[in-house]
Design a protein around this ligand. Sequence first.
Ligand code: APR
Length: 237
Amino acid sequence: MNKIATVVEWLRTSKKTIVLTGAGMSTESGVPDFRSASGWWTKTDPQQVATVDAMNSNYPLFHEFYSMRINLLEKCSPHEGHIILAQWEKKGIIHRIATQNVDGFHLQAGNKKVDELHGSIYTFRCKNCGKSATKEAFLNREVCVCGGKLRPNVVLFGESLPEETWMRAIANIKSAELVIVIGTSLEVYPVNQLPMMTNGKTVYINKDIAQHSSYFDCIVQGKAKETLIEINNLLTK
Ligand code: APR
């Protein structure tokens, strides 16, 4: 049986399927990923923009990086692959999505059960007192009433993941019969530990599969949108 047919078979028989996505899920929407040749980290050093120390010691560069990503995202939208995952949730084909992406595209596409493991770039808070703030206030470089500067609610390197969200993702992965991992290099701890936590079958859909050819039960080398369309066409035949 070919790999697409295998994934379809597993989707049909699994009573609980969890999808784990990374930045490769959004590149076909025009959003760069991080570690591919055209990724953010090939142009910008994450240590300079995506750590708490960078935020505190070089706020202008930190603010410029996240403002630029926010402005880019406003010109991008979920693609057909995101829409298919939303349809699959509605039909009960998948149980939940855990994502490393902060772009909110799964929610925009219509998924309701989404765990944003690395937070969201669409909500903001004061980095000193934690008081919530608006996107406009952040983009306009306003400061909090306490005098603190504003930041997006994304998880920076070295910060812990939102506890409840993380624990829920672990519980769901552990009890899943099928875990489908899409568009992630699995380079970043602790999310890269999730696929190993399940007793269910594991599928890896990725453009570059060199690093993880051993672990997964089924590996589909390909683009997220194209592959999800192919799977969906066979699934809904
Ligand atoms: N279809 C499938 N896979 C793709 C596509 C695509 N259209 N485009 C890129 N990819 C693959 C790349 O080959 C790469 O293996 O997606 C993966 C993206 O990996 P990263 O750029 O490392 O992104 P991700 O795994 O989500 O990074 C995790 O790192 O910097 C932090 O917080 C950031 O959440 C991010 C985390």
